[in-house]
Design a protein around this ligand. Sequence first.
Ligand SMILES: NC(=O)c1ccc[n+]([C@@H]2O[C@H](COP(=O)([O-])OP(=O)(O)OC[C@H]3O[C@@H](n4cnc5c(N)ncnc54)[C@H](OP(=O)(O)O)[C@@H]3O)[C@@H](O)[C@H]2O)c1
Length: 218
Amino acid sequence: MKIAIIGGTGNIGKGLAFRLKMAGYDVIIGSRKKEKALERAKECNEIVSKLGGEANIDGMENEKASNICDIAIITVPWEHAFSITEALKDILKEKIVISPIVPMKFKNGFFIYSPPPEGSAGERLARILDSDKIVVAFNTIPASRFAKVDERFNWDVPVCGDDAFAKEVVMDIINSIDGLRALNAGELSNARIVESLTPMLINLAKLNNLKPLGIRYE
Ligand SMILES: NC(=O)c1ccc[n+]([C@@H]2O[C@H](COP(=O)([O-])OP(=O)(O)OC[C@H]3O[C@@H](n4cnc5c(N)ncnc54)[C@H](OP(=O)(O)O)[C@@H]3O)[C@@H](O)[C@H]2O)c1
């Protein structure tokens, strides 16, 4: 299965790229610039090599990556994620699209959830793509720790979406990554709850002087 990470040159893209590759998927890093994608692919392939995996992560422009993938993850800051999805609409509307997007604003020293009129970023993507294959996941993964090769974690990943098959595929992907456990969080309308966990985690870490937090339900 080919997974394209759209905007995969950024913070969350790095951990996703080498960890998905180590889990056995074909991984493509997408970028607005081919050279930037290739550079990040090279960096991630070095990590994969050291870990004993098959170092064949590819890098290319977002549009090409979207064309050849089975599944796309939109890892672009929320302010730009909707316009890039709009631009890739004709390519992505039939595919499973994963949204880790968290719309939030910084106010008075803290982050607050700031959803679009549709109720959540996930629902907005569903509207743009006119698709029920949007799956909201990975929102609560702290990128700085996820990108560290030696980091040890045991995190739950709430997953919501309206298409049962798409959700199952994404939950399988998550469960294949060491240290992650996918939890079914119900329909896409629950995306507003899932997405709003992230500013809370960031604020909790700040207020309590903790390292970036993931979540584990026990
Ligand atoms: N950071 C976290 O801890 C974290 C955790 C969970 C979820 N998320 C979510 O994941 C998404 C990505 O977060 P991030 O921290 O990885 O973002 P980021 O590093 O700031 O940016 C990711 C990539 O987005 C692309 N990009 C930036 N501006 C763009 C624009 N105007 N149009 C198209 N592409 C643009 C860039 O790729 P190119 O320059 O190569 O095109 C950039 O490398 C966000 O929606 C965020 O809410 C983040």
